[in-house]
Design a protein around this ligand. Structure first.
Ligand SMILES: [Fe+2]
Ligand SMILES: [Fe+2]
Length: 295
């Protein structure tokens, strides 16, 4: 049977969640998608994820959330990482790092599928070898799932291409994340693994990797540090659609997805009154981040 998986690139802040909310229902309906896997490492204000935002992604139709170098940026996520088998930290972190690096789940259509999260090492913080890590994990998965999807969260295109060849014929799809720039090199490798170097960014494209362009330009031109507020304009849902065979677990096709999404209308102006019952009256979490170097 044909099995269709939508793999979604880094969801960045509120704008990214809005892009997912606007674009995902259309894609789910148009393509009879079995499973949605999304990288959520930037879901909270552009860096990290919280349990409530994980719930928000799940409610929108995401079956499994992968993370990356920002995995622990919001400390509230730690108990969730310990408890849930639907959110993954990179597998090649130390054994003591809270969470799991891979999981086997079942689609609503009744097929087991595995998801693995890996971190690159070039131009990134230290991590164990992702090649040895994925070899160990595939041996552990064994016959539990024919369909296997790998998120390789890495900076260097060469690392990701090399991993594609390492896994060709051994997994359903290897999709890169982290750079926030979608690459045009999607293909099914000779032994049947769907490959793309980077899925791109689900978020605001009127900026620099999801941050406001004015702030980034100012920092680059003046050399003075500043907060990099999250951008808001030109929302797009980006990722790839992988079609695979449930018997072999190999891919038949991979197609890039880049869907422009109109921003939701602004909320009506608030009346100046006492906070509603149950509301703290506190302002929303500021959409800021402290750096651009590691998206
Ligand atoms: Fe990242
Ligand atoms: Fe990211």
């Amino acid at each position: 049977m044909e099995f269709r998986t939508l793999v979604v690139g880094d969801i960045v802040a509120k704008a990214g969640r809005q892009a997912l909310a606007g674009g995902l229902p259309v894609l789910l309906k148009a393509h009879a998608i079995d499973v949605v896997i999304a990288n959520g490492e930037n879901a909270a204000g552009g860096s990290g994820i919280t349990p409530s935002l994980f719930d928000e992604l799940r409610a929108l139709g995401v079956d499994c959330v992968t993370l990356g170098d920002h995995v622990y940026r919001k400390k509230e996520v730690v108990p969730l990482l310990a408890a849930s088998d639907r959110i993954l930290r990179p597998a090649n972190l130390p054994d003591e790092a809270v969470g799991r690096g891979w999981t086997v789940l079942e689609s609503q259509s009744g097929f087991p599928f595995a998801v693995i999260s890996l971190l690159g090492r070039t131009f990134m913080k230290p991590a164990a070898c992702p090649f040895h890590a994925v070899d160990r994990i595939l041996a552990e998965i064994g016959d539990r799932a024919k369909l296997v999807f790998v998120d390789f969260h890495a900076e260097a295109t060469s690392d990701k291409i090399a991993m594609g060849w390492h896994l060709d014929g051994r997994v359903t799809a290897l999709c890169g994340t982290h750079t926030h720039v979608q690459t045009a090199d999607e293909r099914v490798l000779p032994k049947g693994t769907a490959y793309i170097t980077d899925l791109g960014m689900t978020g605001p494209h009127e900026g620099v990797l999801g941050r406001k362009k004015e702030k980034v330009l100012s920092a680059l031109i003046t050399g003075m540090p500043t907060y990099f507020d999250v951008a808001t304009g030109d929302l797009r849902l980006q990722g790839a659609l992988v079609t695979a065979d449930t018997q072999t677990g190999l891919a038949a096709a991979i197609g890039r997805v880049s869907v422009p999404v109109a921003p939701p209308p602004p909320p009506p102006p608030k009346k100046e009154a006492a906070p509603a019952p149950g509301s703290s009256g506190a302002p929303e979490e500021p959409e800021v981040a402290d750096g651009l170097d590691a998206p």
